[in-house]
Design a protein around this ligand. Structure first.
Ligand code: NDP
Ligand code: 8X3
Length: 253
């Protein structure tokens, strides 16, 4: 029987690539995101290529009632989730704290921190009951170092770092693995969203060096699920060769 993975934010970027890699490895998938049409397209595409089933659930992770309605009623076929990938997230705006936009701050904290918690709260009890499972939280190098203008986004990813450590500690003895993957820069829709749709600014973020791709991250997310049962990767910081951390990038131009 196929294992089951639930991926939040599967309509684009890392989440979509993670869905592709897990599908290739015969996982049945629950894919989520706000853009229902994209979820349907991905389901159609991946089910036609692989012997798997996909359940699409369209909801906003910021809305507790939507999260509960979508995840608390999972049927027996879907509730035995082996891997939960908390990936949905965003940066919104890039400015000094004194110029920050409160709507941007709310969006980042509500999505990256509270959304991750709402989804986890719905799924962890199911894993505890089965005494197995793996939670993979997508953090960031922004959760390791704070950079100029990154203030609230960095805070939200430092929260993901702390929540992941807390989950790992509190779930000791339950059989559940907890892993954070903390990527550096990767070219997805991330920068377009950060710059509120300004594609030129988004492109410029990757000037002079080669960022990672979504597939680079997806392969590592899958890798951390393939360790022997007694091993757990707690934290993986991963960047392209040209990036050492949030501050140092070897830009050729
Ligand atoms: P994308 O913008 O390409 O994808 C983001 C995904 O998150 C989309 O599927 C989007 O779906 C989903 N999402 C955003 N807000 C919500 C919401 N309120 N409810 C439900 N789903 C939501 O970005 P990435 O793939 O790059 O980002 C994925 C994660 O990786 C994020 O947590 C990001 O912070 C993190 N990250 C990204 C890095 C990068 O350089 N790209 C580096 C380090 C970390 P939809 O819009 O359909 O709801
Ligand atoms: C995304 C990477 O460097 O833009 O989390 O913060 S960065």
């Amino acid at each position: 029987m196929n294992k089951v993975a639930l991926i939040t934010g599967a309509t684009a970027g890392f989440g979509k690539a993670i869905a592709e890699v897990f599908a290739k490895n015969n996982y049945n998938l629950i894919i989520t995101g706000r853009r229902a049409e994209r979820l349907s397209e991905i389901k159609l595409d991946l089910e036609s290529k692989h012997s798997i089933d996909i359940l699409t659930l369209s909801f906003d992770v910021r809305n507790l009632e939507e999260v509960k309605r979508s995840l608390e009623g999972l049927t027996d076929e879907w509730k035995n989730i082996d891997v939960l990938i908390n990936n949905a997230g965003l940066a919104s705006g890039l400015s000094h704290i004194q110029d920050g936009d409160i709507e941007d701050w709310d969006k980042m904290i509500d999505t990256n921190v509270k959304g991750l918690l709402y989804v986890s709260k719905a799924i962890i009890p199911l894993m505890v009951q089965r005494k197995k499972g793996q939670i993979i939280n997508i953090g960031s190098t922004a959760g390791k170092e704070v950079y100029e203008n990154g203030n609230v986004y960095c805070a939200s990813k430092h929260a993901v770092d702390a929540i992941t450590k807390g989950m790992r500690i509190d779930l000791l003895g339950t059989g559940i693995k907890v892993t954070q993957i903390a990527p550096g820069a990767a070219e997805t829709e991330f920068s377009i969203v950060r710059f509120h749709g300004d594609e030129a600014k988004a492109k410029a973020a990757y000037n002079g060096y080669e960022p990672m791709t979504a597939n680079d991250i997806a392969e590592q997310v899958y890798y951390v699920t393939t360790l022997p049962p007694n091993l757990c990767i707690n934290d993986m910081v991963i960047t392209s060769l040209s990036q050492a951390n949030s501050f140092y990038i070897d830009r050729k131009s």
